[in-house]
Design a protein around this ligand. Sequence first.
Ligand SMILES: Nc1ncnc2c1ncn2[C@@H]1O[C@H](COP(=O)(O)OP(=O)(O)OP(=O)(O)O)[C@@H](O)[C@H]1O
Length: 242
Amino acid sequence: MTAPVQLTDVRKVYGTGPGAVTALDGVSYGFAEGSFTAVMGPSGSGKSTLLHCAAGLDSPSAGEVHLAGTALRGLGETALTELRRQHVSFVFQAFNLMPALTVRQNVVLPLTLAGQRPDKAWVNEVIQRVGLAERTGHRPGELSGGQQQRVAIARALAGRAAITFADEPTGALDTQTAGDVLALLRELDQTVVMVTHDPVAASYADTVVFLVDGRIVSRMPAPTASSVAAELAQLSRLKVSR
Ligand SMILES: Nc1ncnc2c1ncn2[C@@H]1O[C@H](COP(=O)(O)OP(=O)(O)OP(=O)(O)O)[C@@H](O)[C@H]1O
């Protein structure tokens, strides 16, 4: 069976000619069902590009991506949108919250747009778990950056999508809240793919994959913050010495 997120020999080249940048250079990886994977690597190693290609937000220059068992190549924008709506949720660096809506309305918006009825008990639990129970009637403009990020996380989890893509989901959070959010991500049955620079955040994942220059160079099961930090230090030395 194909993994819920499967990349096969994916290449992504930005631009053409002498200025072209190879952001992904033949990445093959299957993110197993229910797994929580952190993607790490030095700045510019291709992490965000990998996430965008895997999520069908960007198309590879070569290779194939399967998302929820469907090959993305050749899918029209409407079919792609529908596929994402059914199976995927996102937590991105820009929170993309609707300023006129309250916290609760923002959290359930993707469900409402998809014509689904939110599971009220689960929505309440998610809002509580990200520490926003006292803020459900506030609008994004009345929240701190970290609180806005938590709304985006609650929104991603509210629909129990099979696959969640997260780009630095805990970047703006204090240690305690970040720990709560990561513990929640780890508990879920969803397949979670998370880009992070933080070894502590990565240690909540089942597996860390390390990218250097657009290639997966290593894979670490059962990561700890110190084993991840040590691997990153080694990889940046490798990069500098090239
Ligand atoms: N739209 C684009 N046009 C041209 N080059 C791009 C574009 N997006 C990314 N790149 C280049 O592709 C490479 C990989 O970028 P990417 O953002 O995927 O790296 P990253 O590992 O996520 O970096 P960071 O940790 O700094 O966010 C970099 O060299 C970057 O400059």
